[in-house]
Design a protein around this ligand. Structure first.
Ligand SMILES: Nc1ncnc2c1ncn2[C@@H]1O[C@H](COP(=O)(O)OP(=O)(O)O)[C@@H](O)[C@H]1O
Ligand SMILES: [Mg+2]
Length: 394
């Protein structure tokens, strides 16, 4: 008997942890400036123990807020030089829990689970922080979810003025793109002299990010630049690095599951479909015959080319061929174009104008979803329906 299958199974993910959500990468491409600013504040604070400026980081999901905050603190210092306490307020929205986590982190007193007023909680907080002399970076993440935030934050900002705390914490708050109202109060806002606004990543930035993560996680023979570019393109709509990494990870899992030593665009497309509204039989059923023919032509041509975009002219050529196969007279350019626009506004396809590097301006067309499945669905549909009701051909 040959050896059991897990010995021979194809492995694409050599180091899956490098694509997990809790992995802290050593470098953060395109966030060097932010990491440099924060780590220099942390460095000075770790040396002098003098109150550092409070820091506010804001931005949409997946722009690297958490990664930047941890990379400049936890990733750079021994715990004796700088202790890092990271609290996710989405997970722990109650001030009581936040204070308990801080107190536990600095070796302070045990904080009872409930029944404490805000004033009592703050006393526990002060006592906790007074217990230690190690510089402490306190990262309150997803601050938008914290209940009753104002009193707690205010107390943290002024803790050394009113208590025995010798080494006040370095406070880093992380917020979504909308900053919670209480922070704008003058008595609080003025403390935040360092404010970082992280912008969504562009396609090229996402490409650099996943290229770097792919190198850490995957067998180098399992992917190529084209694949990474496709993922970057897909995630550039939101500018979310988490989405890009998740797509790469899921596509790699799918490759392994289908015993393929290469991750293909089709694997990414399937992973993408899990993320987005699925193109199913019912969705295809809504379309007119020529819309189905156009979609089928686009899917087949994209699959053939192993590409993410198709020129309008290529699509029209492929559409005319498909019409011939099904014995349907093809529409002229304007009528095809109108249907392409419909398909795009309903989310079946994406379109964009061709950019530099291509001669002349043309429209480019892409399909977000697994092509193979789409082709099967449309072909099945056309085989059963086409020719039955010719008056429906519009
Ligand atoms: N510049 C970058 N380089 C490498 N990985 C990144 C970068 N920015 C974000 N990531 C990764 O993307 C994911 C989301 O980043 P995260 O910091 O959690 O985003 P946010 O906190 O803004 O929602 C994490 O896995 C993180 O490691
Ligand atoms: Mg985060």
């Amino acid at each position: 008997m040959p050896p059991t299958s897990d010995l021979t199974a194809t492995r694409v993910l050599l180091n899956p942890a490098a694509l997990s959500s809790s992995y802290l990468p050593k470098d953060l491409p395109h966030r060097d400036k932010e990491v440099r600013i924060l780590s220099s504040v942390a460095e000075r604070y770790a040396i002098t123990s003098i109150t550092p400026p409070a820091i506010l980081i804001k931005g949409r999901p997946g722009v690297g807020k958490t990664a930047v905050s941890l990379n400049s603190t936890l990733g750079r210092f021994d715990s004796e030089r700088l202790r890092v306490i990271h609290v996710n307020c989405r997970k722990y929205p109650s001030p009581n829990t936040v204070v308990r986590i801080i107190s536990r982190g600095v070796g302070g007193p045990f904080v009872p689970e409930r029944g404490l007023s805000m004033g009592e909680l703050i006393l526990f907080l002060e006592e906790g922080l007074a217990a230690g002399a190690t510089p402490t970076a306190l990262i309150l993440d997803e601050i938008n979810y914290l209940r009753d935030p104002a009193d707690l934050i205010y107390a943290l900002l002024r803790i050394h003025e009113t208590s025995k705390v010798r080494v006040p914490p370095m406070l880093i708050l992380i917020s979504r793109e909308w900053i919670p109202e209480f922070l704008f109060e003058r008595s609080i806002w003025s403390f935040f002299s360092i404010r970082l606004n992280l912008k969504p990543y562009t396609r090229n930035q996402l490409y650099d990010i996943i290229r770097y993560r792919a190198r850490e996680a995957l067998d180098p023979r399992s992917y190529d630049d084209n694949l990474l570019m496709y993922i970057a393109e897909a995630a550039s709509v939101s500018g979310d690095a988490r989405q890009a990494i998740r797509l790469l990870y899921r596509a790699a899992l799918l490759a392994e599951a289908s015993d393929s030593s290469e991750i293909t665009l089709e694997h990414v497309r399937i992973a993408e479909a899990e993320d987005s509204p699925v193109m199913d039989r019912a969705a295809v059923d809504q379309l007119s015959v020529h819309e189905k023919l156009i979609l089928l032509a686009a899917a087949k041509r994209l699959k053939e080319k192993q590409a993410m975009w198709l020129r309008m002219g290529e699509l029209e050529g492929a559409y005319r061929e498909i019409c011939e196969v099904y014995g349907v007279p093809p529409f002229k350019h304007t009528a095809v174009w109108r249907r392409v626009k419909n398909l795009s506004s309903e989310g079946y396809i994406s379109t964009r104008r061709s950019g530099e590097g291509m001669r002349g301006q043309t429209t480019l067309i892409s399909i977000n979803g697994p092509l193979e499945r789409l082709i099967q669905i449309i072909e099945g549909d056309l085989d059963t329906n086409l020719g039955k009701w010719p008056e429906d051909w519009s």
